[in-house]
Design a binder for this molecule. Structure first.
Ligand SMILES: [Zn+2]
Length: 330
């Protein structure tokens, strides 16, 4: 889908309750192409990107970038390098968090905050450091076309999870002040065509959550983040409770830093070595079973192929034969 003169979106259908609708891969550039995020290390992302490239692009992927290290954004970096022959570009804060996911060193370039990536033809996205959703979150801004790539800092069809609230608020404020902002290309969900309003409403949303949390604590009875979450998010899809608790915790850490709430330290459960050993054994069993199932499936496929290629001798003791009616030609 064309977003602006030099930006295209590949929207891969996604059923995750965390980010409904789509996980997005963006293509930026005219002469050469930069990808912003490239999905999880699953075939459907790779097929969809390759299908899009085959159908509509005249150029190959020159550079592969990400908005942060989470695996639903960075999972295909090594693949993009090895199969698409792209150079991988990542912000310096993401490098230590991407261990095992990056291609060989000479195929990776480190990006600085405010660096401009020159894609040729006047297409020059700028790297903005926007921590909060994760410690290494960046946005890319193509000011000439007013297109901002936010990753998970702002999502198109849902709110997001916040790791550090103070930096997150400052990041939103920085983004809302960008000149010429026309459209936001989020990491997940629909394209956002009212970017300032959406950023403003997200800032207001966090303020509202903060008030709600303080209201719940107003009776001076200490509560756990889980209890606060249940009070603040009534009727929430149960699959999102852990993520919502994470957001409550981000608020509580922030309020504690401001000296507005007090923490009574918890006590972690002591690890039970017997239980742990049982879990390890179970995980091994699952791995072995999955491995055996895959091997069996492959064998079955080979067998079917063999049947298609060989004459059907198994079901006949004597195979029927055919000959032409009438006298044979002399
Ligand atoms: Zn994500």
């Amino acid at each position: 889908m064309q977003i602006s003169p030099s930006v295209r979106a590949v929207q891969v259908p996604d059923e995750s309750p965390m980010h409904p609708m789509y996980t997005n891969i963006y293509l930026v550039g005219r002469d050469q192409t930069l990808t912003v995020d490239s999905g999880e290390a699953l075939d459907r992302y790779r097929w969809m990107l390759r299908g899009y490239l085959a159908a509509t692009e005249k150029t190959e992927i020159a550079l592969a970038a990400i908005t942060h290290h989470h695996s639903d954004h960075s999972g295909n970096l090594r693949w993009a390098s090895e199969v698409l022959k792209a150079e991988v570009v990542v912000h310096k804060k993401a490098v230590p968090l991407l261990r095992g996911k990056l291609p060989a060193r000479d195929r990776v370039r480190t990006l600085d905050t405010d660096e401009v990536i020159d894609m040729g033809g006047g297409v020059r996205p700028r790297v903005l450091f926007a921590p909060g959703h994760s410690v290494d979150s960046v946005a890319y801004y193509l000011e000439d076309e007013g297109v901002l790539f936010t990753g998970d800092t702002l999502l198109g069809s849902s709110t997001t999870t916040v790791n550090e609230l103070g930096p997150y608020r400052r990041s939103l404020q920085m983004l809302v002040e960008l000149p010429n902002l026309k459209v936001i290309c989020p990491g997940h969900g629909a394209i956002v065509h009212d970017p300032r309003e959406r950023l403003q409403s997200l800032i207001a949303h966090r303020d509202m959550r903060e008030r709600q949390i303080l209201d719940v604590l107003d009776d001076r009875r200490p509560r756990t983040p889980w209890e606060i979450m249940l009070a603040v998010y009534p009727g929430l899809d149960t699959r999102l409770r852990r993520a919502a608790t994470g957001n409550v915790e981000a608020h509580l850490r922030d309020l504690e830093q401001q000296g507005r709430v007090l923490i009574h330290a918890g006590k972690p459960r002591r690890p039970n070595p017997l239980k742990r050993a049982r879990e390890v054994e179970h995980a091994r069993h699952v791995q072995r079973t999955l491995h055996a199932a895959k091997a069996l499936e492959a064998k079955e496929k080979r067998e079917q192929l063999r049947l298609q290629e060989s004459p059907p001798t198994a079901q006949w003791a004597v195979q029927p034969t055919y000959e032409i009616v009438g006298r044979a030609k002399d």
